[in-house]
Design a protein around this ligand. Structure first.
Ligand SMILES: [Fe+2]
Length: 434
């Protein structure tokens, strides 16, 4: 491709793959679910959601649409935020309790990710953990297709409706890992921004930073041409590096985050901002689902693994709990200060898309300009001040690094070669920003 960032490399990949579901976006599209399900030949649906949403208006709208299309459904709502492998095994048992021929998931990333993984374990029975890559699992590839799946996100962050990834906690290790297969990509995504109308501002902030970081990590990821060429095209990992497709969607998502994140968080009545954030989350999902994320996500798993006694208001979970988007963004300014030297022009462009003032800036300024803009957005949306803001201190850095160093593919997707010492330094520099 005619872009210097994607210049060919010896033994590097010369092609990239794009995989996205059929996406329908707009206010009120949840009412289409029945007809969409019918088109996918669903007759008896497993309707996955969580206990908070179960009796609310979005699930009611989905049920009504399914009923009028003459489709049977059974609700499964035993899904917690930050689901784990045991929760997935239970969901798989539920799926095998009846003869379902379709999946509809209505919820945030936790619900959609559980739905994807549970279908794998139900159709090809094994404990969920067997499907994770070694050393935590057996690395068993998903053998074949799952049920047709319509994913309906209710937050503007995860992008899971557009990816073939499920991020799950392994209970025994108490940390999160990625479980991925092309078969896990939903067939259709119904993205209805109405679902964001009543979200509390701290949820919009956390999920908004998740979308922002998905886009930023895609855009600054190692170029796909720098990953080795794959022998079996069907086995090409979705973490294939930045590519012209992921650029396209990531740039727009960054512009949306730069323009609308603060507005959407601080004013619940700003429908334009919240609708745009939902669209940005979908775009960022389409982007990172075809490029992979890198260090901020890799380092976030250490944060959620070792969180101490932080309490986060507005979530129906017992403490300790750090929402995913916050666990990602607290290390992001320090990360991008570190990665900028490997791809300064990309970091500067990203800062520009986020509405930073880049007038007169040169390459060497790019990390600082991007970090400063992120910190400004964090302050304007009341995000905790770095790792200290979520209960960590200097004494935790070793354990955080031990935990995150296991995320080898994501770490390898960073634009700069990164070792254990580098990770410790990023955590150190992420303790406090202001
Ligand atoms: Fe994420």
């Amino acid at each position: 491709m005619a872009c210097q960032y994607f210049a060919p490399c010896d033994h590097g990949a010369e092609s990239f793959t794009i995989d996205i579901p059929k996406v329908t976006f707009g206010r009120g599209v949840l009412t289409e679910v029945g007809e969409r399900a019918k088109a996918l030949s669903m007759t008896n649906v497993a309707l996955f959601t969580d206990v908070v949403l179960e009796d609310g208006p979005y699930v009611a709208s989905v049920k009504k649409s399914l009923k009028s299309a003459g489709i049977n459904f059974v609700v499964f709502s035993d899904i917690r935020i930050e689901p784990d492998d045991i929760c997935v095994d239970d969901a798989a048992t539920f799926l095998n309790s009846a003869s379902f021929d379709g999946m509809i998931s209505v919820g945030g990333g936790s619900v959609i990710d559980t739905a994807k993984a549970a279908m794998v374990c139900a159709k090809y029975p094994r404990p969920a953990r067997d499907y994770f890559a070694p050393p935590v699992g057996e690395g068993i590839p998903v053998p074949g297709p799952l049920y047709p799946h319509i994913a309906c996100p209710t937050t503007a962050g995860t992008g899971s409706e557009c990816t073939s990834i499920s991020v799950l906690r392994i209970r025994e290790l108490n940390t999160k890992f990625v479980f991925a297969s092309p078969y896990m990509l939903p067939d259709a995504a119904l993205v209805d921004p109405t679902c964001c109308d009543s979200l509390p501002s701290n949820v919009v902030a956390s999920t908004g930073f998740d979308l922002l970081s998905h886009a930023l990590e895609c855009y600054t990821a190692k170029a796909y041409t720098k990953w080795g060429a794959v022998e079996n095209p069907n086995a090409r990992p979705l973490t294939q590096g930045a590519n012209p497709w992921s650029d396209l969607a990531a740039v727009k998502a960054l512009e949306i985050a730069g323009e609308y994140l603060v507005r959407g968080v601080n004013d619940a009545s700003d429908q334009e901002a919240r609708d745009q954030l939902m669209w940005g989350a979908t775009l960022a999902g389409m982007a990172f689902g075809n490029s992979g994320t890198h260090l901020p996500h890799a380092l976030s798993y250490g944060v959620t693994h070792l969180m101490n006694d932080i309490t986060t208001d507005g979530y129906a979970v017992k403490t300790p709990f750090v929402p995913h988007g916050i666990s990602v963004i607290v290390t992001a300014p320090a990360t991008f200060r570190y990665t900028a030297e490997a791809a300064p022009e990309r970091h500067l462009e990203a800062a520009q898309y986020l509405n930073a003032d880049t007038k007169g800036a040169v390459d060497i300024d790019s990390g600082e300009i991007l970090a400063t803009r992120l910190i400004q957005l964090m302050r304007d949306t009341h995000i905790p001040n770095g790792l200290q803001g979520v209960g960590f201190n200097e004494n935790d850095i070793n354990r955080l690094s031990d935990s995150s160093i296991r995320q080898t593919r994501a770490i390898g997707n960073a634009p700069r070669e990164t070792n254990r010492i580098d990770i410790e330094n990023i955590y150190k520099n992420a303790l406090k920003y202001w």
